[in-house]
Design a protein. Structure first.
Length: 268
């Protein structure tokens, strides 16, 4: 009789030892299945064995899942944890274009003034490949705009050996067809260079508190004027179509980058 009782107790013990355990559930799906909150008062250790204490991780590490096919692990994260009132980078948009735009010979539109808030009109020529759509979710935000492109004007020559040759132009960023960022510039010709002249245009701008929703950004430029007695063409984001090329489309390509930063709120 004692042997029967002993075997029965061993059977119950082994069943308890290897069975799945459920808390607040009668059908556990894993070795330990908790249907409710878990309070952990001390360390959480990973990859322990009967003879080795598990790894508790290091300060600043987070528990990283490896899709269930491998054991979870501790990892450092590069993105900092942010609190309400702090600002974080939410999205980055980047477009490049090698098609560019070209303005023919002539004096230019002779309008030296552009105004933020004006609408996109025929006076401006858009670089279609840089058009970008953004989505803003928080009313408190920062929008950093960066546009850079190569520019080119023809070779200049004058028998009097003067070097006062230039093409003045302006580029801007339009949001929903309204001018929100602007910078004028000038490319100078080198007299008797016997080759086309190149330069680099850069526009960097930061906007604040853009209304929430979806917005379309466009980059457009215009040729303002040339030097006195000049009659020069201008290419932006590409080489001029006439004359001997000394640069290619890749070298003069345009790039447009947009970084959207939003403030952390209780809704995040």
């Amino acid at each position: 009789m004692k042997k029967i009782v002993l075997l029965f107790l061993l059977f119950i013990y082994s069943t308890f030892l290897f069975a799945q355990v459920g808390i607040e559930t009668i059908s556990p799906q894993s070795s330990l299945d908790i249907n409710g909150d878990l309070t952990l008062r001390k360390e959480l250790r990973l990859k322990g064995t009967p003879s080795v204490v598990g790894d508790p991780g290091q300060n600043g590490q987070v528990l990283f899942s490896q899709d269930g096919s491998n054991e979870p692990m501790w990892k450092f994260v590069e993105i900092p944890f942010l609190e309400e009132g702090q600002i974080q980078l939410k999205y980055s948009y980047a477009n490049s274009d090698q098609v560019g735009i070209e303005f023919p010979t002539g004096a230019g539109d002779l309008n030296d003034v552009s105004t933020l808030g004006e609408t996109l009109s025929s006076a401006w020529t858009q670089i279609p490949g840089l058009q970008t759509q953004i989505e803003i979710n928080q009313s408190q935000n920062r929008l950093a705009l960066f546009f850079q492109s190569g520019v080119e004007m023809p070779n200049t020559y004058n028998s009097e050996n003067t070097s006062n040759y230039f093409v003045r132009y302006s580029c801007g960023v339009f949001m929903d067809n309204v001018l929100v960022a602007l910078r004028g510039d000038q490319i100078n010709g080198v007299n008797n260079k016997n080759a086309k002249n190149q330069g680099v245009y850069t526009l960097s701008y930061v906007l604040s508190d853009i209304p929430t929703g979806t917005h379309t950004l466009k980059v457009a430029c215009r040729k303002i004027r040339t030097s006195p007695n000049g009659n020069y063409a201008l290419a932006i984001g590409k080489p001029l179509s006439s004359g001997t090329n000394v640069a290619n489309n890749f070298m003069l390509s345009s790039n447009f980058k947009v970084d959207l930063m939003e403030y952390i709120t209780n809704e995040d």
